[in-house]
Write a protein that binds this ligand. Structure first.
Ligand SMILES: Cc1cc2nc3c(=O)[nH]c(=O)nc-3n(C[C@H](O)[C@H](O)[C@H](O)COP(=O)(O)OP(=O)(O)OC[C@H]3O[C@@H](n4cnc5c(N)ncnc54)[C@H](O)[C@@H]3O)c2cc1C
Length: 386
């Protein structure tokens, strides 16, 4: 067991660190105001040049086929500034494209993976519905095969990248079989007849992130786009284990950014004639924040390193996600306390970090659902929630 990053990994991390500070930090406010006109896609050439795209995707399909830890290191550095920027790395290394890579046909891999690895196309995941969130197997979006096309009808909610991404891995019901048995995954393309988007979501945080409903009204999708046939829900969930590590890293990055900001502020802010870092109460807060950040980091690293080039275990990825999501909220709140009244002001980044940190424990399976996953893995059985 070796807890040191290699020299190459340290150089890569530093390069992303500098990119985040020089290129991303100046546009955070722009995104924060909810302006969607400049997307990370507009910086995509720089992402590509720095090797931030398709990090985990196979070389034969244009990816870099590097260990997943590289994608985690990059995400951590970018999420430290804003998860809007790390989302690009997440999509192309931990997103639904991994389901295509793991379970698609050779033809599908050749068609979908290279454009995602080059950053020419983006793929989002459409699972959640107005009537099916945590209870995902209640989903009703229907896909019926008619000739050479599936006809899709239904609605997906809160889809990150909605309206912006080119492709959507849509979880659909392919037959009347109840629960998970009738579910599969199909890629719907933006611009397909019968495929429209709802209004941009107005979240408490994560401003500037595209998110909306996907609306399918007799939408025609070529039958060659069916990635996971009926009965493959377990495969969809297995591919989602990897997405969980990406989500966890969004929380870790925010918490780490808040810790770094609080550390710096505590050395500069004077009270009673000395920097506030000299008060033990502030030192204890900083120490507690550091313990939480370090523990989350190690849990995420363990999940991805143990996965190798495959998919992580449910237990390790759920523990990492749940813990990172929880400490993301706690650490940003503690940072706000260190900033005093200024932490509550929009002039400083902490209130944004606190609001952003609240989104990730809801996305990608809530912290309650992660705890159910963890208990099930520990006890070696699934518990019917119905
Ligand atoms: C920022 C953000 C990004 C998102 N991105 C996407 C995306 O890209 N694609 C996508 O498909 N979806 C996305 N979602 C949707 C997200 O996955 C769902 O919101 C989430 O799964 C919860 O579903 P729900 O909101 O319907 O809550 P519900 O399922 O209605 O849950 C409500 C509450 O009840 C709890 N609960 C439910 N069942 C149980 C149980 N059995 N035991 C204990 N507690 C339970 C939940 O934990 C929650 O606290 C996103 C959401 C957010 C906020």
């Amino acid at each position: 067991m070796d807890f040191q990053l290699t020299e190459e990994q340290n150089i890569f991390k530093q390069t992303v660190h500098d990119f985040a500070d020089t290129r991303i930090a100046p546009i955070v406010d722009f995104w924060e105001k909810g302006d969607l006109s400049l997307a990370p896609r507009d910086l995509i050439a720089e992402y590509r040049e720095l090797g931030l795209l398709g990090i985990t995707l196979p070389e034969q399909y244009g990816g870099q086929e590097l260990p997943a830890i590289y994608a985690i290191l990059a995400m951590e550095e970018l999420a430290r500034v804003t998860t809007r920027a790390s989302g690009v790395v997440m999509e192309s290394s931990f997103g639904p494209i991994r389901a295509v890579e793991k379970f698609g046909t050779e033809e599908q891999k050749q068609r979908f993976i290279p454009p995602c690895a080059r950053g020419e196309k983006f793929m989002s995941v459409g699972m959640t519905e107005p009537g099916a969130g945590s209870a995902l197997t209640d989903l009703t979006t229907r896909a019926i095969l008619k000739g050479d096309h599936y006809v899709l009808n239904g609605q997906k909610r809160f889809i990150s990248g909605g309206g912006h991404s080119d492709w959507y891995m849509v979880y659909v019901r392919l037959s009347d079989r109840k629960g998970h048995k009738g579910i599969g995954g199909i890629v719907a393309e933006k611009g397909s007849p019968g495929f429209t988007f709802g209004k941009q979501e107005e979240f408490m945080g994560l401003h500037g992130m595209h998110s909306c409903d996907l609306i399918f009204e007799d939408c025609l999708v070529p039958k060659e786009n069916l990635i996971i046939p009926e009965g493959g829900f377990a495969k969809l969930m297995q591919a989602f284990d990897v997405e969980r590590c990406g989500n966890a890293t969004q929380s870790l990055g925010i918490a780490w950014g808040a810790l770094e900001a609080a550390k710096k502020y505590s050395k500069e802010r004077m009270a009673f004639g000395k920097p506030i870092c000299e008060f033990q109460a502030i030192q204890l807060l900083l120490a507690d924040m550091a313990m939480k950040v370090e523990a989350a980091r190690l849990l995420i690293y363990r999940a991805v390193v143990n996965a190798g080039n495959g998919l992580p275990s449910v237990f390790e990825s759920s523990v990492a996600k749940c813990f990172a999501n929880e400490i993301g909220k706690e650490v940003t709140d503690m940072a706000l306390q260190i900033f005093g009244g200024y932490g509550y002001s929009k002039e400083y980044p902490i209130e944004r970090m606190l609001r952003d940190s609240r989104g990730w424990p809801l996305a990608g399976g809530t912290v309650q659902i992660q705890r159910i996953n963890i208990a099930s893995a520990m006890l070696g059985r699934r518990f019917d929630q119905r």
